[in-house]
Design a protein around this ligand. Structure first.
Ligand code: PGA
Length: 251
């Protein structure tokens, strides 16, 4: 049985005051032991989050990392080993905002994935198609190629220590959620893509859905057989809403 996971991607949001408030709200939530809960604050707020959530089961991850895992001359970057030192256990890789708006290439994502695992972080690899790609019937090809790029370079086995988040770009921050059936179809295809190389890894890997998940639609998505939880953007900035999504995963 795969343990469900609900993760909050805070993106470039939060001030010291609002983060303190949000962390306080998170600490007051009841989380089911059957669900793994994580949050991804900005680098600036990682320390505060790790400290505030000590003694709870909520894990803290980062939204990005450098392509090299150890220290070095790389102005403005943060390494995987610095993240583990700060108390992070997970890291997002390949979010569509970084792929599209910041031009992160597949080769860079491969290096980041490798650096994360070298330092003991669990990468959460984000994949997904744009609206134009979906309308051109290219969803499975696009998502398949994003997975292949990691597997061709690092091997399918790396996914035994990673999580995959399927996030259709057209559903991110738009209020347009994929239907549970649309999401399930892609999740099923992702698992099959991995299974073609290693069935055991494919069965074990957790596949999260992301894109306008909220408390009102979480349960029907999480009910699908290949959806193992969610990656939550906007709705994770509200502790009660995020708590409700986590509870939907626990039921
Ligand atoms: P959203 O973002 O929930 O605000 O659509 C999801 C994400 O980008 O991870």
């Amino acid at each position: 049985m795969r343990r469900l996971m609900v993760a909050g991607n805070w993106k470039m949001n939060g001030t010291r005051a609002s983060v303190a408030e949000l962390l306080k709200g998170l600490k007051s939530q009841e989380f089911s032991a059957t669900v793994e809960v994580a949050i991804f604050p900005t680098f600036l707020h990682v320390n505060e989050a790790v400290e505030a959530l000590q003694g709870t089961s909520v894990k803290v991850g980062a939204q990005n990392l450098a392509t090299q895992s150890g220290p070095g001359a790389l102005t403005g970057e943060v390494s995987a080993s610095q993240l583990t030192d700060a108390g992070c256990t997970l890291v997002l890789i390949g979010h569509s905002e970084r792929r599209q708006l910041l031009g992160e290439a597949e080769s860079v994502l491969v290096e980041k994935f490798k650096a994360a695992q070298e330092a003991g972080l669990v990468p959460v690899l984000c994949v997904g198609e744009t609206l134009a790609e979906r309308e051109a019937d290219q969803t499975f090809d696009v998502v398949g190629a994003q997975l292949d790029s990691i597997m061709d370079s690092l091997g399918v086995e790396v996914f035994s220590r990673a999580v995959i988040a399927y996030e259709p770009v057209w559903a991110i921050g738009t209020g347009l959620t994929a239907t549970p059936e649309q999401a399930q179809d892609v999740h099923h295809a992702i698992r099959a893509r991995l299974a073609a190389r290693n069935a055991e890894v494919a069965q074990g890997v957790r596949l999260l859905y992301g894109g306008s998940v909220k408390a009102a639609n979480a349960a029907e998505l999480f009910r699908m057989p290949d959806i193992d939880g969610g990656l939550i953007g906007g709705a994770s900035l509200n502790a009660d809403e995020f708590g409700a999504i986590c509870r939907a995963a626990g039921n």
